[in-house]
Write a protein that binds this ligand. Structure first.
Ligand SMILES: [Fe+2]
Ligand SMILES: [Fe+2]
Length: 256
């Protein structure tokens, strides 16, 4: 249907422009990185020329993927929780448990963010990826704890009532032994001044504590505000050492 530009209000015009942009993006070729293909057991990449031949007359996508939830211009951590983290119940449950236990805000934040590597990015070495994502924005103690919780989870600490998780026996088999790099990480962490912060992540790293418990991200917005240095440019646009990782979550199918 044809609109008469003069008869349109500014906001109608903005809507139409936005719709046009979306249609343009739909005409673009979204690409899969090698990592996505490896997830299907293939070490493969489709070259640019082959893809163009398959989609004649189209350009590659170099921005937002219209199939994914639209991110705001200056995204915050909360925006990533809502629009890019595939599942947040476990994070909210852990943080709620830490909050109810009366732990300090840094530890609560560490619990809230401990598995963001898994829910937003990649499972393998999720503690390291998660720590790297948040490192520029949190107290060093928080990112350190997120990094090493991955290793500590495999080692009991009876002094605080933490046992080897039954879930790990179920998931990995009774004879699973962590690799040497995980053992070494545990040994380094064991004597570290922030050991107990990371151990608290493990203690609160549970999948259920009260089936009727209500969890809500809003309970943590103030703690995030006080303990996560949200960049004013938006996550991904502040030039920090992990900005590219946030951008990749925003635009995972960009050609470059
Ligand atoms: Fe974890
Ligand atoms: Fe966890």
């Amino acid at each position: 249907m044809q609109h008469q530009a003069t008869a349109m209000t500014l906001s109608e015009r903005a809507d139409e422009l936005e719709e046009q942009m979306m249609n343009d993006l739909n005409e673009r070729i979204a690409t899969k990185s090698v990592l996505f293909n490896m997830g299907d057991g293939k070490v493969e990449i489709e070259g640019g020329a082959a893809l163009m031949a398959k989609h004649p007359g189209k350009y590659f996508l170099m921005g937002a993927d219209p199939r994914l939830p639209k991110m705001p211009e200056k995204p915050t951590l909360v925006d990533f929780f809502k629009l890019r983290f595939a599942s947040t119940a476990h994070l909210l449950l852990s943080a709620t448990h830490a909050l109810k236990a009366g732990l300090d805000e840094k530890t609560i934040l560490a619990c809230l963010l401990h598995d963001i590597g898994v829910v937003s990015f990649i499972r393998c070495d999720h503690g390291y990826w998660g720590a790297q994502l948040i490192e520029p924005y949190v107290d060093e103690e928080v990112s350190w704890a997120v990094r090493v919780h991955q290793a500590l989870r495999f080692f009991p600490d009876e002094s605080v009532g933490y046992k080897y998780p039954d879930m790990y026996v179920k998931y990995f088999g009774a004879d699973y032994k962590p690799e040497p790099y995980i053992v070494a990480e545990y040994e380094r962490a064991r004597n570290h001044k922030w050991y107990m912060t990371a151990r608290q992540i493990c203690i609160n790293d549970i999948y259920s504590f009260d089936p009727n418990a209500k969890v809500d991200l809003n309970d943590f917005v103030d703690i995030i505000g006080r303990n996560f240095k949200q960049p004013k440019e938006g996550l991904g646009f502040d030039g920090s050492p992990s900005a590219h990782m946030w951008r990749t979550m925003m635009w995972p199918t960009r050609f470059l």
